[in-house]
Design a protein. Structure first.
Length: 271
């Protein structure tokens, strides 16, 4: 995910994001975004860029969301995109998303792969189109069943390889959301040791392909308390737990602590 030069640090930023899927209506989405922006604005340490928050609301909300989030540290994302401009009824072109102020786009989520029959070829087309439009593809990957970390890592690596059609230069422009399918919507996230093992194995495979330092965040019933237990993971992709903006704020505090930032309670008072 690209940051402005002023916000870049020698240490890769920790990413903390949330998708609302289709849980919230239009007005509820805007009310939620206002409260979420408050959580961000009350944490001035986020301006240093060590922790980067992002939100991904439903398509109809995007124009209003862009206005509501203007001037904040929050990046705006979209939940999907088409694979090209042109005669594709019902799709949304990546170029239009970019025009609306969207910075990243979620591609290949397990629900779209399963219920909308998006195969690897479709995911690859969307990844290329999003990158060509200047968006950061937030590529969702993850194994279907719980098993051994080595097998899961191999599966995830192959998903990434397929999504970029073997173009590892393109891979360097991705942010990866590792979401084990079996953990999505579960009562608890996948175990921290398991997630860390899978992610570090994937990192080793990507490094061998010449792609080091790729942001890999974890999603799948992610919630407060998880981030500090993970190793090698670049952040969290939250779901329903962040429908309460206070939970989003709690994860931001965890991320700021890990990144060496200042939590609001530690900030010096203003004269």
């Amino acid at each position: 995910m690209q940051q402005s030069p002023a916000s870049q640090t020698s240490r890769p930023p920790i990413l903390v994001g949330v998708s609302t899927k289709m849980y919230l209506g239009y007005r509820d989405s805007l009310d939620w975004l206002e409260r979420l922006r408050h959580e961000v604005d009350t944490r001035p340490a986020l301006a240093a860029g060590r922790v980067v928050p992002f939100v991904i609301p439903s398509f109809p909300v995007l124009p209003a969301a862009a206005q509501l989030l203007a001037g904040s540290q929050v990046l705006l994302g979209a939940q999907n995109c088409g694979w090209a401009d042109g005669p594709w009824t019902g799709e949304v072109a990546p170029s239009m998303l970019a025009e609306l102020g969207v910075r990243l786009v979620e591609i290949g989520h397990a629900e779209r792969r399963k219920h909308f029959n998006e195969d690897d070829a479709t995911v690859a087309l969307k990844v290329r189109a999003a990158a060509d439009a200047g968006l950061t593809p937030l590529l969702c990957v993850g194994e279907s069943d719980s098993g051994e970390p080595a097998a899961a890592a191999e599966f995830v690596y192959r998903q990434i390889e397929s999504a970029v059609d073997g173009d590892w230069t393109l891979a360097g422009r991705l942010t990866i959301a590792y979401e084990p399918v079996w953990a999505i919507g579960a009562a608890e996230p996948a175990g921290a040791e398991y997630v860390s093992d899978v992610v570090n194995r994937v990192r080793a495979q990507l490094a061998a392909a010449g792609v080091s330092g790729l942001p890999i965040i974890y999603g799948g019933s992610a919630k407060p308390g998880l981030l500090p237990t993970l190793d090698g993971v670049s952040g969290l992709f939250l779901g329903r737990f962040a429908h309460d903006p206070a939970n989003f704020g709690a994860v931001l505090d965890e991320a700021l602590t890990l990144a060496g930032g200042i939590r609001p309670a530690d900030a010096p008072s203003t004269p």
